[in-house]
Design a protein around this ligand. Sequence first.
Ligand code: ATP
Ligand code: MG
Length: 387
Amino acid sequence: MEQMILAKCGEIVLKGLNRSQFDQRLMKNIKLSLQELGEFSLQMAQSTVYIRALGAEDMDEAFERVKRVFGLAAVCKAYTCEKNMEAISALAKECLYEAFADAKTFKVEAKRSDKRFPLQSPEICKEIGGVILSHYPNVKVDVHHPDVTVTVEVRDFGAYIHAVREQGAGGMPYGSNGHAGLLLSGGIDSPVAGYMIAKRGVSLTGIHFQSPPYTGERAKQKVVSLAEILKGYCPDLRLLAVHFTEVQEAIRDHCKEEYFTVIMRRFMMRVANELSKKWHCGALITGESLGQVASQTMDALRLTDSVTDSLILRPLIGMDKEEIVRISRKIGTFETSIQPYEDCCTVFTPKHPKTKPTLKEIAFEEAKLDIEGLVARAVEQTERIEL
Ligand code: ATP
Ligand code: MG
């Protein structure tokens, strides 16, 4: 009994003339996601990718990985056999134990795109339904609300049965929609923000600001772990670490304490803006959510935006913390994000931050600093971390 995976395309089926570019990208991403597990052959037809292991690969792990590939609406655990009713019936008797483990009712659906196949879809359903009823004594037919839908597909290059169907990751194929820089802290929000934009097909470069010795090795390791989890969705994710100590010390030594946070965030944006040119990013992404903290009011966001000409994407802007946490759990970053290590944002935080700083006040404070030199040195000292 040969197990396979059938991956059903999502939104890309709505694409017109440039559809094939999206298809190719999707196939490449599926291949990349399976690369470590062994050799697989992939074939696309009827908006479905047929994934076959060429050796005895771990198909359960492969299934989990394909579920994380953006651009897929559903992923099915399937079995394949020769294209005749005898073989399909024999397979049905063998392959449905897992799917029927907790089921009381089922129905059969048939999809027949090979029009030379002697039976039509309703006849296939009837015959395989009969086989199942006589072979699996615990299940009955319910065509309206079945616990399990058994699908028989008769395609040009083979016959397939599947009954385990899970939701795919949705979105657009990773890398089909440009590239952006993700300001990645060790918190809950920014990995979720990156995930959401990657889901729309945008490939990512992570940009992390660290301030050793105020931030330690374990804080850095935490961000590396988060990036590694994100890599499960973003196959070619790269991570840059910016040395931000000099900037933060300069702000501490020369600027009024109540403005520290806003000025620091403006420096982050300036440095990220330079890095985004170097790495060809079409936008910068942050995990900010309106009103979450003092630096995320509309006024504060405008002050940080005004130092760059980059497009700033804030996919969490209208979300509550609870909603963000839910996604963070779903994508697997939550447990890492809540580890208690320091972030450079929490170094030198003012006791009484100014709630409504004006651009004039900020400009006055920043004039005390060598802005260009500080930014240039931070960019120059940025290192790439291997994931
Ligand atoms: P998060 O959970 O993402 O840390 P937060 O609510 O703690 O978010 P802030 O610390 O104000 O918010 O940061 C807002 C955004 O700024 C983050 O979502 C992230 O995009 C960016 N950011 C903050 N600190 C860093 C950092 N050390 N390196 C890179 N980006 C950062
Ligand atoms: Mg943070």
